[in-house]
Design a protein around this ligand. Structure first.
Ligand code: NAX
Ligand code: ADP
Ligand code: K
Length: 475
């Protein structure tokens, strides 16, 4: 059993891959062995996370997830806990492993109740796991609702019941802890997954997964120590093109983020002609007209507060910039113009798109709900279409590129849901590109770093985008 910490990458396996792993492992093990291991792991974890909990409600469902719960119930009962089992389903319709666990439960004299309990100290959610295929209803919905509404902590087995393992969608139990079995599933880390799952634990049940991962949970960048004999020319030049009238702040945020994020030199090309010759408080930023910049040799973040004006410079920026980050209004302009889409596809140089779900929906010609319905797939599809790295922002930001395994970022939290933090990310990615040989890695590490700054935020201090940019120090 491992606690899932975010200081290292983890492989993630979706439903189909996990089922193959399970079948292969089951074929080489004695009957019921996997479920017995799962039940013991859950019971041990229950003791560890809630050592003083006496009354334990194990809410079991009609499949093998319920079987895991039944196995756990037998151990907890034997260890002296006041266990109550409920079964949302019929005992004679349980699949074979779960039916075996049911028999053991009855033989051990574990109390089984018809009605849901009214008070308990620890809830164990064994209603549904990988087999969750439609919204919870009837007895499952009733048990899930009661367990989630209680102040007592919930330990979910494999997945919070109702959560889709692949997409992180679905109305589900809200757990304080989830123990993922055999594999870690992508849906635990994106969409609604983070809020539903709580703290994550992983038990491989003694099975080494030979399947290629469906996705990767991103880890931090290796520490990059700047050589003493370093100079600004080695650390990348970044230009931010954006900041149309009334939106200068977005471009300034991206530029300051690039600077604090480690860029050697940063230019700001405001689209507001009345902007002035310098950025108050930031003498390090060099204000230039966009068409006076050596785009062919620098990293460009384009779009931040660009308004409609940014569309006019996109043909030149797309064809000339050495490294390019496209954000916000640049993405909207591309979504509205097929010829810009074609120029993007043919760029042939490192390019990162940083859409939030609505911008991604515009680029894909679909709805935000469709994008959020399967964030991994949406990011991958957009990457394939645009031939670029895609950073699909939100809880569990997805980073994808054509022909590669996508990753999900584990850092960041709801504090980032405030205006301008996306501009900060765009500037940070633009700063990362020139000092990396791999745009996908550069983007993933920048996203990780952006979220980690929010995770490490000092208590009692407001998180604003400007303050976030200033905290992006290199060490
Ligand atoms: N077979 C084994 O030995 C092992 C099973 N494991 C457990 O088994 C789980 C997968 O088991 P299953 O494939 O049986 O799937 P589940 O236990 O998740 O549930 C599937 C059952 O629920 C029904 N169902 C799905 N959604 C429903 C809804 N909304 N309303 C009513 N009924 C619904 C399905 O028709 C099916 O009968 C894993 O998540 C894991 O917890 C693991 O412990 C590994 C070992
Ligand atoms: N709940 C959350 N969890 C993690 N990251 C979040 C959350 N909400 C927002 N973010 C991050 O904050 C940033 C917001 O970007 P965006 O939506 O473009 O905002 P803006 O346009 O105001 O800058 C993105 O990096 C996004 O991933
Ligand atoms: K469950």
């Amino acid at each position: 059993m491992l606690k899932v910490t975010f200081d290292r990458p983890w492989p993630l396996h979706g439903t189909a891959a996990t089922r193959r792993i399970e079948q292969e492992a089951a074929a080489s093990l004695p009957a019921h062995a996997l479920m017995e291991r799962a039940g013991l792991a859950v019971a041990r974890l229950a003791l560890a996370i809630a050592p003083h909990a006496h009354r334990v409600w194990v809410a079991c469902g009609p499949g093998n997830n319920g079987g895991d719960g039944l196995e756990a119930a037998v151990h907890l009962h034997r260890w002296g806990k006041a266990v109550t089992v409920t079964l949302a389903g019929s005992p004679d319709k349980l699949p074979p492993d779960a039916a075996n666990a049911w028999r053991k439960c009855r033989e051990a004299g574990v109390p089984v109740a018809d009605a849901l309990p009214s008070a308990w100290d620890l809830g164990i959610d064994a209603l549904l796991g990988l087999g969750s295929s439609r919204p919870l209803e009837d007895a499952l919905a009733a048990a899930a609702g009661r367990m989630s509404a209680s102040a007592s902590p919930v330990l979910a087995i494999d997945l919070p019941s109702g959560l889709n393992a692949d997409t992180g969608n679905g109305q589900s139990v809200r757990a304080a802890h989830t123990v993922s079995l055999l594999t870690l599933k992508p849906g635990l880390f994106t969409g609604a997954g983070r809020d539903a799952a709580g703290e994550l634990w992983f038990d491989d049940l003694g099975v080494q997964a030979a399947e290629a991962p469906t996705a990767q949970l991103a880890g931090p960048a290796p520490v990059r120590v700047r050589a003493h004999a370093s100079h600004k020319g080695l650390n990348g030049d970044v230009a931010v093109i954006g900041g149309a009238p009334g939106m200068a702040g977005a471009a300034v945020l991206a530029a300051t983020s690039a600077l604090c994020g480690g860029a050697g030199r940063v230019f700001l090309a405001p689209l507001d002609t009345g902007f002035g010759a310098a950025v108050p408080g930031w003498p390090e930023l060099m204000v230039r007209a966009w068409d006076a910049l050596p785009l062919e040799s620098i990293s460009v973040a384009c779009g931040c507060g660009g308004g409609d004006a940014v569309a006019a410079m996109l043909p030149a920026v797309l064809s000339r910039a050495k490294w390019l980050v496209l954000d916000a209004d640049a993405l909207n302009a591309i979504a509205a113009d097929a010829s810009l889409q074609e120029t993007l596809r043919r760029r042939g140089r490192p390019t990162v798109l940083t859409p939030h779900p609505l911008e991604a929906a515009r680029l894909l010609g679909t709805s935000t709900a469709q994008v959020q319905g399967d964030r991994l797939r949406a990011a991958q599809e957009l990457g394939e279409r645009s031939k670029a790295v895609v950073v699909l922002k939100g809880s569990g930001t997805v980073i994808a590129a054509p022909g590669t395994t996508p990753s999900i970022n584990p850092t960041g939290n709801g504090r980032l849901a405030t205006g301008g933090t996306g501009d900060v990310l765009a500037g940070l990615v633009a700063a990362a590109l020139p000092v990396s040989s791999d745009a996908l890695q550069a983007a993933a590490h920048a996203v990780y770093r952006h979220g980690k700054a929010a995770d490490d935020w000092p208590a009692g201090e407001p998180l604003t985008a400007g303050a976030l940019a200033r905290r992006l120090h290199l060490d």
